[in-house]
Design a protein around this ligand. Structure first.
Ligand SMILES: CC(C)(COP(=O)(O)OP(=O)(O)OC[C@H]1O[C@@H](n2cnc3c(N)ncnc32)[C@H](O)[C@@H]1O)[C@@H](O)C(=O)NCCC(=O)NCCS
Ligand SMILES: Nc1ncnc2c1ncn2[C@@H]1O[C@H](COP(=O)(O)OP(=O)(O)OP(=O)(O)O)[C@@H](O)[C@H]1O
Length: 195
C-alpha cells in the first residue's frame, strides 16, 4: 500500500512523517527530493538559473532558497515557471525511490507530497492521509518556524489549495490542533483501520 501524506504548508506533515518513520515505514519526502534535484551542477539548477538569473545562485553553487522563495510565493506566474522545471524531476526521482523500496520488499510506503492535490498526483498513491490545522494555528506555526511576517506567511498559505478541498479528497484526516501526542493517537487509529 502506498500512503500519500499531504496537507497544507506547516500543517504538520513532517511531524506525522517522523511518527511513521519511527513505526518503521519507509518515507519518500518530496521536499527532500526537491532539494536533491537542484544540487550544484544539476541540469535542473542550470534551468532555474537561466530562468531567474545568476542572483539566485550562491557563491558555493547552491540554490539560494530564500531568494527563490521570495520570487515564487508572491508571484503565481513565476511559481508556475519554477514548477514546470522542477516538478518533472521531482516526480521521476520519487517514482524511482518508490520502485526501489518495492523491489526491496516493503509492502507499505509513505510518500510525503505537500502538493499532492495541486499537482494532481492522487494516482501515485492508494490512500490519502491529510494533516489538517485551523488557519489560525497554521499561520502562527508558519510565522514562528520560518520567521516570516504575517504578509509573507499568508502569501505562502494562499499559494496552495484551501485546507477544506484537501480534506474532501482525503481517505482519512488528522486534525493537528492539539498536542503532538493527540496527533499520534489519531495516526494509530487510522493505521489500525488501514492495515
Ligand atoms: C521555493 C523553495 C526554494 C523554498 O524553499 P524553502 O527551503 O524555503 O522551503 P521548503 O522547500 O522547505 O518548502 C516548504 C513548503 O513550502 C511549500 N511549497 C514549496 N514549493 C511550493 C510551490 N511551488 N507551490 C506551493 N507551495 C510550495 C510546501 O508546503 C513545502 O512543504 C522550495 O520550496 C522549492 O524548491 N519549491 C519548488 C519545489 C516544490 O514544489 N516543492 C514542494 C514539494 S513537491
Ligand atoms: N501539534 C502541534 N503542536 C504544536 N506545534 C506543532 C504541532 N505539530 C506541528 N507543530 C509545529 O508546527 C510547525 C509545522 O509543522 P511541520 O514542520 O510538521 O509541518 P509541515 O506540514 O511538514 O510543513 P511544510 O509544508 O512547511 O514542510 C513546526 O514548527 C512544528 O514543530
Amino acid at each position: 500500500m502506498i500512503i500519500g501524506l499531504t496537507g497544507s504548508i506547516a500543517s504538520g506533515k513532517s511531524t506525522v512523517s517522523k511518527m511513521l518513520e519511527a513505526l518503521g515505514y519507509p518515507i519518500i519526502d518530496a521536499d527532500m527530493v526537491a532539494r536533491q534535484v537542484v544540487e550544484p551542477g544539476s541540469e535542473t539548477l542550470k534551468k532555474i538559473e537561466a530562468l531567474f538569473g545568476p542572483e539566485v545562485i550562491r557563491t558555493d553553487g547552491s540554490m539560494d532558497r530564500e531568494k527563490v522563495g521570495a520570487l515564487i510565493f508572491s508571484d503565481p506566474a513565476r511559481r508556475k515557471q519554477l514548477n514546470d522545471i522542477i516538478h518533472p524531476a521531482i516526480r521521476e526521482e520519487m517514482l524511482r525511490k518508490r520502485n526501489e523500496y518495492l523491489t526491496e520488499g516493503f509492502r507499505t510506503i509513505v510518500m510525503d507530497i505537500p502538493l499532492l492535490f495541486e499537482s494532481k498526483l492522487q494516482h501515485f498513491v492508494d490512500r490519502i492521509l491529510v494533516v489538517s490545522v485551523t488557519e489560525e494555528n497554521q499561520l502562527a506555526r508558519l510565522m514562528e518556524r520560518n520567521g516570516l511576517s504575517e504578509k509573507d506567511a499568508r502569501a505562502r498559505i494562499s499559494s496552495q489549495l484551501p485546507m477544506s478541498v484537501k480534506e474532501e479528497g482525503a481517505d482519512a484526516v488528522i486534525y493537528n490542533n492539539g498536542t503532538v501526542e493527540e496527533t499520534a493517537l489519531q495516526l494509530d487509529r487510522i493505521l489500525e483501520q488501514w492495515q
